[in-house]
Design a binder for this molecule. Sequence first.
Ligand code: UDP
Ligand code: MG
Length: 166
Amino acid sequence: MAANNERSFIMVKPDGVQRGLTGEIIKRFNNRGYKLVACKLVQPSKEFMQKHYADLSSKPFFNGLVEYMSSSGPVCACSRIWENKERVPLYCKYLKARVKTFVNVVKTNPLASAPGTIRGDYCVDLGRNICHGSDAVESAKREIDLWFKPEEVITYSLIEAPMVYE
Ligand code: UDP
Ligand code: MG
């Protein structure tokens, strides 16, 4: 099994934590065979969330987004390794229901997300969409560095990996 060790960053947003969906969301990734390498509850400050969402700072919803992410309770920050076949774009499909083309069109709005995806199954509103996932390998790197100290990202072998990956 040739692992590519591509990492992604997933975060259960405050609405997901408050609604008791943290376990459900983590379980879905576990069930699929992804390796969890870091996980913690954090109460992020406004300044921290401004950094996390820096590329959206010119958007009209930016202030409301930062407010909701920093004032409504903790978030659960996780990093996962996609071993072998599953890559970040495919993960986007799983999280948001990617439609039309295989590569690019992702759905932020839960109402447009297909049943079977996390947003399609658990939420309704754009501004309460329970889960964040980095959208590319590069943004995942940036987000993992922002949220975790190096020693918080654990290296270990997943013993079920040969049962998941051929
Ligand atoms: N968002 C919002 N209003 C919008 C677009 C986005 O409140 O019109 C929020 C929503 O919570 C979304 C987050 O801003 O998840 C980040 O936006 P992005 O476009 O990166 O969506 P995502 O990558 O989360 O699907
Ligand atoms: Mg995004």
